[in-house]
Design a protein around this ligand. Structure first.
Ligand SMILES: [Zn+2]
Length: 349
């Protein structure tokens, strides 16, 4: 009954973290103020949706991992008009086609590389909404579908036009149907980190990059002309992705000594994710991203909703050991994972 887990965690991941949206709003970016209000409304709607969806559980599992793209037509609503379904010919709207292709890449990666049948491993259909709202500066996964704003063309540009964004958000769905990591504190930071891990692994896979040649940046593709050259996160050097008068400064730590323990961002889910992100980067540099992501995916299936950093490290090392035995990763992989986490100050005891 993994599907039930879907409704008891509280993840409504927005690609642009609330801290960045708040800083933009403070700096007078009107579209950020509107986007923040819209995101809050959406979060409240999600609470109702959870109640309603729980009655639909039996039919919700039936699917063939078909892609269904809806056009919100700039309304603040989901599933307004179905514009492209699986196998339909190319649409006149380039955004629809881009998101259709990107979702296909993500679905194929999980199937071919990780042997997972869609988000829930039972062929769940993939529902996506584009052109949500007006100049909406975000994208989100809210439990059963993905929704993308167009951006305002100045601060952020089209969210559906980025494989990073699509892969990161769909990966939240995978986490929801496996570990179900609660979206707060350390389990929330792990939830965020796993999305960055899959997002970057899928982007490298699609672009035929390696750990050496990849930029390890998250969100660089959505930066508009006023933020050009910045990104939301760097897995290679957490804390260095951006620094400007509009977004503020990247506050991600890359080591436990700088761990954020305050209340904002659900206990720093987009902040402390920098720590496990860096460990994934270090592991990938040693054994390759393709091997590292196998270890991370195997471990994800062994975690529980309240797993903390220390427990996750133990599960990752165990998973590396298991995969060595199966001949899927190099012999020294458990030691590599252990050293990568030691370099970021984990485990703490
Ligand atoms: Zn996220």
């Amino acid at each position: 009954m993994t599907f039930n887990r879907c409704f008891c965690n509280r993840c409504m991941c927005q690609f642009v973290p609330p801290e960045v949206t708040a800083n933009l709003a403070k700096a007078g970016v009107e579209t950020a103020q509107i986007s923040a209000r819209a995101s809050n409304q959406q979060r409240n709607r999600r609470k109702n949706k959870i109640v309603n969806l729980s009655t639909l559980t039996p039919s919700a599992k039936v699917g063939h991992a078909m892609r269904k793209i809806y056009d919100s037509q700039h309304e603040w609503e989901q599933r307004v008009e179905l514009v492209r379904s699986e196998g339909d010919p190319v649409n006149s709207d380039l955004v629809v086609n881009k998101v259709y292709d990107y979702v296909g890449i993500v679905r194929d990666f999980f199937k071919k590389v990780l042997n997972r049948d869609s988000i829930d491993n039972s062929g769940m259909d993939l529902v996506l909404n584009v052109h949500f709202g007006q100049k909406y500066l975000n994208a989100f996964w809210d439990g059963d579908e993905m929704t993308f704003g167009d951006g305002d063309g100045e601060i952020f540009v089209g969210f559906a036009d980025s494989l990073d964004v699509v892969a990161h958000e769909l990966a939240h769905g995978v986490t929801q149907f496996t570990a179900g990591l609660e979206y707060k504190d350390q389990s929330g930071a792990l939830n965020e980190s796993f999305s960055d891990v899959f997002g970057t692994a899928i982007t490298q896979f699609a672009n035929q990059e390696t750990a050496d040649t990849a930029d390890w940046l998250i969100g660089d593709e959505i930066m508009g002309p006023r933020l050009y050259g910045e990104a939301l996160r760097s897995m290679k050097e957490p804390g260095t992705a951006y620094s400007n008068s509009l977004m503020g400064k990247d506050s991600q730590p890359s080591h436990m000594k700088d761990y954020y323990s305050g209340p904002k961002d659900n206990g720093g889910v987009h902040i402390n994710s920098g720590i496990p992100n860096k460990a994934f980067y270090l592991t990938s540099m040693d054994i390759g991203t393709d091997k590292a992501v196998l270890i991370w995916y195997t471990a994800l299936q062994r975690l529980t909703p309240t797993t903390d950093f220390n427990t996750a490290v133990a599960a990752l090392v165990d998973s590396a050991r298991l995969l060595v035995r199966e001949g899927q990763v190099p012999c020294g992989s458990p030691q590599v994972v252990r050293a990568a986490f030691k370099a970021v100050g984990l485990p703490t005891v």
